[in-house]
Design a protein around this ligand. Structure first.
Ligand code: ZN
Length: 520
């Protein structure tokens, strides 16, 4: 997603694997409350001795069944314990929970800026537990079906495909959406209001194609024209990532104007954008970032929160890659330069590694490490192994982990296999250690040997980094670029040149994260 807000709560490991959620919500908009039923189908991944814990906060449980029989339960501050009796590993269990109340968060009953009543979910990272019970952790993806009752004039959007829409006897509307593929709980959402719905493009719907993805916008009627401008390149972006990385994982893509606290939130197949729709260049950047997330974050999900860069770093980088391929190298260079500045001047983030095991609050990971430094890791990796190996590795990683979860070491292993290089030092340096190199170069021309001697000093307060460093020398009748390896606090490079250079540039194409300078 883009932009952050406060959230709390540690991850919740459990010995079960949820396969499917079926969630029925009857929304009482006037009272900001709901009556609901959640049917959770799960497999015990280890033996269960007496019960299963779900994350669930605040709402009142009316009754509960396990495999269709009434069952006992108990609650503490953040969890619902369901008495299942003894279960063997591999057993399937269906738990149905009937509940009601006013969610304190997660499902937000709040009118639009113009006063239009509306209900939008906003789960990241662990607020889903405030409106439905489940295993609220990214390691446990599942399919989801939402059955939502609303006033009859409302539109309801959710993950997956629209199954049905009907007016019931009491005059209220029932809308059903369901996914075919497992998605992370933090992206399981519904959005409901009097929205204007428009198809803005399709992807793969040619005759003879075995799939057809419809791309639509769901916005307040007054904002329809602005949304058409904001989302105009979305179909092109979906086609681009599909061909560069691998197949789009979902049944449709809805772009939704919502009340999310984030600038955009990459809910699987149902992206929520902040109600004040961004405009112009910033708007294009948000749309590309959230669409890239459908591949990275959604289809391939970081299994543990400290690996969040697999989601945010990838979305940040692949947004820049879209503009690079469409508009030219400068478009990516500009975005990477600004990402570098964001990281270098991010304050305390530079003192923590990207994989920050000391950070127990996922929202504390919404920083320049997960986003900008993660993006730069991919940029530096691509420059080091070359475009061919880099994109082949990304495609293999996506193919292997699509609709599953992954850790940084999974990506590292595949990149090492594809490039044929040992990359352990690279990933350790950029993911597990804090900081960045500060490079100072002192040149000296030796006329006798026609050699430019470069003394390279790493002036940062962190230990020395290893990296390839490119130089550009310009002299009479020549302009030469050459790359040298730097791997200690002080290095000495000897570079044979046709004559004394008049100009020297360090890292001329900005391929190293960190400032460089030539000192006298
Ligand atoms: Zn993001």
């Amino acid at each position: 997603m883009v932009l952050a807000g406060p959230v709390q709560g540690p991850p919740t490991p459990t010995p079960v694997d949820v396969l499917a959620y079926r969630i029925a919500l009857d929304l009482n908009v006037d009272a900001s409350s709901l009556e609901a039923a959640a049917e959770i189908t799960l497999i015990a991944s280890e033996a269960v001795y007496d019960g299963i814990f779900f994350d669930f906060i605040g709402l009142e449980v009316d009754s509960l069944t396990v495999d269709d029989a009434d069952a006992a339960y108990s609650r503490d501050a953040g969890r619902l314990k369901v008495d299942t009796g003894r279960r063997s590993a591999g057993d399937t269990v269906v738990v149905a929970i009937y509940y009601r109340g006013t969610p304190t968060d997660g499902l937000i009953f709040r009118p639009s800026l113009r006063g239009q009543p509306a209900v939008f979910a906003d789960n990241w990272p662990n607020r889903a537990r405030r409106w439905f019970p489940g295993i609220d952790h990214p390691s446990d993806k599942a399919t989801v079906e939402f059955r939502v009752r609303t006033p009859r004039a409302w539109q309801v959007v959710a993950n997956g495909l629209l199954v049905s829409e009907e007016i019931e006897e009491d005059g209220r509307k029932l809308t059903v959406w369901a996914t075919d593929v497992p998605i992370p709980v933090y992206t399981m959402v519904v959005g409901a209001s009097e929205l204007s719905v428009r198809e803005i493009g399709t992807f793969g719907c040619d005759e003879g194609s075995d799939r057809c993805v419809r791309i639509s916008q769901w916005v307040y009627p007054e904002d329809e024209e602005q949304a058409l401008r904001l989302f105009r390149r979305a179909p092109e972006m979906v086609a681009f990532y599909d061909s560069l990385i691998g197949p789009f994982a979902y049944e449709k893509l809805a772009l939704v104007q919502s009340s999310t606290r984030f600038g955009g939130m990459e809910n699987s197949s149902t992206i929520f954008f902040s109600e004040a729709l961004s405009r112009g260049r910033a708007g294009d950047a948000v749309v590309a970032h959230e669409i890239a997330h459908q591949w990275f974050g959604d289809a391939v999900t970081a299994r543990e929160w400290p690996h969040l860069w697999l989601s945010e770093g990838f979305a940040t980088y692949f947004a820049a890659v879209f503009f690079e391929f469409r508009e030219g190298d400068y478009a990516a260079a500009e975005r990477l330069a600004s990402a570098e500045q964001r990281y270098l001047f991010s304050g305390s983030a530079v003192w923590s590694p990207v994989i920050d095991l000391g950070q127990s609050d996922p929202s504390g990971l919404l920083n320049a490490n997960s986003y900008q430094k993660g993006a730069w890791l991919l940029h530096m990796l691509r420059r080091m192994v070359g475009d061919e190996a880099f994109f082949e590795g990304v495609r293999s990683y996506y193919a292997e982990y699509m609709n599953q979860t992954a850790l940084s070491e999974d990506f590292e292993r595949i990149m090492a296999e594809v490039s044929g290089e040992d990359l352990a030092w690279f990933f350790e340096q950029w993911l597990e250690k804090p900081g960045f190199p500060v490079v100072q170069v002192q040149p000296y021309w030796n006329e006798g040997s026609k050699t430019l001697v470069l003394r390279v000093h790493q002036a940062q307060r962190w230990p020395p980094f290893s990296f390839p460093l490119e130089f550009e020398a310009v002299g009479e009748g020549y302009r030469i670029e050459s790359t040298f390896w730097v791997d200690s606090r002080d290095s000495r490079i000897e570079w044979s040149l046709p004559g004394e250079p008049e100009g020297l540039k360090v890292d001329p194409h900005n391929e190293l994260l960190g400032p460089t300078s030539v000192v006298g």
